[in-house]
Design a protein around this ligand. Structure first.
Ligand SMILES: Cc1cc2nc3c(=O)[nH]c(=O)nc-3n(C[C@H](O)[C@H](O)[C@H](O)COP(=O)(O)O)c2cc1C
Length: 157
């Protein structure tokens, strides 16, 4: 079986916490998406900027990925919810790279308002099979979804 690849974006490291859990349990390679221009200002500034970006479908430039995506059939795609959808850097990733024929497994962290995040990924990654997603809730930086739920999701992958 080919290795799985985790591709994720994380602004306040909640999504990274899920990556850390995944990498202990699965044989995976990991790519962290980073914007070329880092978000700056207070958290509230970034929340406001995020609203403008998600409203307009803006795609920030992201740093080049060194990993060859052709080596993987399955991508675990991690994103926080930003204004009821996935983060702009993930939009750039989905637009820039050819993921046709691959399986995409979304893991989405949120503060309680998931919106249409997974459906938006499905709509954008039309040539991929998007399935087996999980929505994981945080309260601030505290994980609220139970480890039982997360572990049983991982066991199904
Ligand atoms: C710009 C911005 C917009 C957000 N919008 C939402 C939202 O619409 N719904 C929600 O539940 N949480 C929202 N959040 C909270 C994050 O989804 C949540 O804290 C997530 O776990 C952060 O993941 P990260 O630490 O990996 O960046 C937002 C956070 C930011 C920074």
């Amino acid at each position: 079986m080919k290795k799985k690849l985790i591709v994720y974006y994380s602004y306040t490291d909640n999504t990274k916490k899920i990556v850390d859990i995944l990498k202990d349990k699965l044989d995976v390679d990991i790519v962290r998406l980073e914007t070329v221009k880092p978000y700056s200002g207070s958290y509230d500034d970034v929340v406001e900027q995020g609203k403008k970006e998600t409203d307009s479908g803006y795609m920030p430039e992201i740093k080049e990925i060194e990993t060859d995506l052709n080596d993987y059939n399955e991508i675990l795609l991690g994103s926080p919810v930003w204004w009821y959808t996935f983060a702009p850097a993930v939009r750039t990733f989905l637009s820039k790279y050819d993921l046709s024929g691959k399986i995409i497994i979304p893991f989405i962290t949120n503060g309680g308002w998931i919106g249409s995040t997974v459906n938006d990924i499905k709509n954008m990654a039309k040539n991929s099979e998007v399935k087996n997603e999980i929505n994981i809730k945080f309260n601030g930086s505290n994980l609220e979804t139970s480890m039982n739920e997360i572990n049983s999701w991982i066991n199904r992958l």
